[in-house]
Design a protein around this ligand. Structure first.
Ligand code: C2E
Ligand code: MG
Ligand code: MG
Length: 557
């Protein structure tokens, strides 16, 4: 049968168009196109052998794929073409004629070479795609999968309807910089690699570990393996010096998420993991935390508060409440603390709910200045209306520390309302950082030089230390309620500490006030300890401005 050039041209065209569309020789459509082409060219078999290197070819160690096979072939007369791939692998294509048929004519041989060339071109393209995939889905440093791969794999598991069987975790190596310092950078990256490889050994099937970046990783595993994963990530010794068997302890902060069946997006999983890990690492400072709906609720609330703050300030939804400070010798009202209340859609939101949120985004500074301004406005009015005024303390968040213009900003507000400085007190807490401490020091001195009082709030909790009262010229020490013994005679230690704390403040010429006074017994203790200033529910809760004004008038009467 004579070679039909037209039929050949059409078949080759079809094959190339198909391969262009789907570069996959196993695809049924490609197979059909190859079938026509092989028939015109009287081909019985198309196959490819793959070897990792040349030596392997001699040993015949490699893989082999048959792309086309139709009837008996004659391998002795096949046309072979070898090519090196970019990674040093050898690929060998062999095209064999039909057994018992006459040799290929010259024109047929020419066209078979064209066919081979097309195969090799497509082969190169597929290889290229693999390289791109590897770059896209693999982390180059540790050679492990990356986030893109995590997203792709998880989306596939979701599509297969199997996600409900899985849990996920995101973890960060604890104190990795300390490990770095201890054993050097090179050895610590090897330790990291080892820690992860051993972790991966717990995994099988579709379970996977990917690198998010730096020393943060993400893993997906079957819920039944949760205990093993948690046990591993709690920490273990990793050998960094094989000769001497020296080990370093590697542990993690981890956030876990038990993925519900209804989960329909990988992005959502990653979000929940980030929240849980942050909870473990930055908030609770524990080795792990599980994501739950409560966490999410908190975050939504936070976002809502942040988004609504400017509008709420504009609409004056924040009200100043005044909690009286009482002189215990004659039970006179001698001062007040300004405390913030948010009236939102008829409900009152307590500061405990929104202040921590605002502190995260520095929005708290806006609120503090708003409070100071409203307090100054009220004092001005009381003075103008002849009601008389008392000193009012305003809380300033530690977030202000670092604002070098803070003192000027405070003075600008106070002076705008022409409030005599002795009516203002600023309550501050310690920051816990050196820079913060230095700034706090200059702020307290600055306030004092301007005749504005400065008080240490919540003394005895958190960071507050003896240095704080030794080095800064405070006017007032506010002893936290946690120092107050609850019932008469209970907790001797607290009573002793309390007495000495008051004595210390007095010897240093610092005024002393106790907050959170709730009972007669506590008042007795205060008096016995020579502390004659108190603030607490026993006398008054924080009061709305009208109620406080009534008290103010009453006390003057
Ligand atoms: P703080 O400055 O230590 O204020 C004292 C808190 O103790 C107030 O809570 C007050 O209502 C409460 N308290 C007073 N007497 C008693 C008592 O006898 N028993 C008990 N159990 N509690 C008592 P509040 O108003 O909920 O404020 C909580 C915290 O929120 C304040 O603690 C302060 O740190 C912060 N805060 C309130 N308003 C502002 C503000 O305008 N700016 C800033 N930065 N923080 C504020
Ligand atoms: Mg306070
Ligand atoms: Mg306090």
């Amino acid at each position: 049968m004579a070679f039909d050039v037209k039929e050949y041209a059409q078949a080759l065209d079809k094959f190339i168009i198909q391969m262009d569309k789907i570069p996959d020789l196993i695809n049924p459509d490609t197979q059909a196109a190859m079938d026509s082409l092989c028939r015109v060219l009287r081909i019985a078999k198309v196959e490819a052998d793959f070897y990792e290197n040349l030596g392997y070819e001699e040993e015949k160690w490699g893989g082999s794929v048959v792309f086309y096979h139709n009837g008996e072939s004659d391998p002795a007369r096949s046309i072979v073409r070898k090519e090196w791939t970019g990674e040093g692998n050898l690929i060998k294509y062999a095209i064999s004629p039909i057994l018992g048929e006459p040799d290929w004519e010259e024109i047929e041989q020419e066209k078979i070479q064209v066919f081979l060339k097309a195969l090799l071109t497509f082969n190169g393209r597929i290889r290229m795609q693999q390289v791109v995939e590897r770059l896209r889905f693999r982390d180059q440093e540790l050679g492990m999968y990356n986030m893109a791969w995590f997203m792709k794999s998880v989306n596939q598991i979701i599509a297969d309807g199997e996600i409900g069987k899985y849990a996920a975790c995101q973890f960060n190596i604890r104190y990795f910089s300390a490990v770095n310092q201890q054993i050097g950078r090179k050895r610590s990256s090897r330790v990291l690699g080892k820690f992860i490889r051993q972790f991966q050994e717990l995994f099988s099937g579709k379970e996977l570990v990917c690198r998010v970046g730096g020393d943060t990783f993400i893993a997906l595993f079957l819920k039944v393996n949760l205990d093993r994963v948690m046990d591993y990530l709690k920490g273990r010794g990793i050998v960094y010096d094989e000769k001497e068997g020296k080990r370093v302890w590697v542990a993690t902060y981890a956030g876990y998420y038990m993925i519900p069946r209804s989960c329909n997006s990988a992005v959502n999983i990653v979000e929940c993991l980030g929240i849980a890990m942050n909870m473990a690492r930055n908030v609770r400072k524990t080795e792990f935390a599980f994501f739950d709906a409560g966490l999410m609720q908190g975050i939504r609330m936070g976002k809502m508060i942040e988004a609504n703050l400017p509008e709420a300030l504009r609409k004056e939804e924040f009200h100043v409440y005044y909690q009286p400070k009482i002189e215990l010798k004659n039970y006179n009202l001698v001062g007040a603390e300004a405390l913030c209340r948010w009236f939102q859609d008829g409900k009152v939101v307590a500061p405990g709910e929104f202040i921590p949120v605002l502190e995260k985004s520095r929005l708290i500074c806006m609120l503090d200045f708003y409070m100071l301004e409203h307090v100054c406005r009220d004092i001005r009015r009381w003075l103008d209306e002849g009601k008389g005024a008392v000193k009012v303390s305003v809380n300033l968040s530690r977030v202000h520390m670092g604002d070098m213009d803070l003192l000027d900003k405070i003075l600008a507000i106070v002076d705008k309302y022409r409030v005599p400085h002795e009516y203002i007190e600023i309550e501050l807490t310690e920051t816990g950082t050196d820079v913060g401490f230095e700034h706090l020091k200059s702020l307290v001195s600055g306030l004092r030089s301007q005749g504005i009082s400065a008080s240490v709030d919540d003394f005895g909790t958190g960071y507050s230390s003896m240095n704080l009262i030794r080095e800064l010229p405070w006017n007032v020490l506010k002893i936290d309620k946690s120092f107050l013994p609850g019932k008469a005679d209970s907790d001797r230690q607290k009573r002793v500490m309390f007495r000495h704390l008051v004595a210390l403040a007095q010897d240093m010429d610092i005024e002393c006030i106790v907050e959170g006074v709730e009972s007669v017994e506590q008042i007795k203790l205060l008096k016995e300890s020579n502390c004659f200033l108190a603030q607490g529910f026993y006398f008054d809760r924080p009061l709305a401005v009208a109620d406080f004004e009534a008290k103010l008038l009453e006390s003057r009467g």
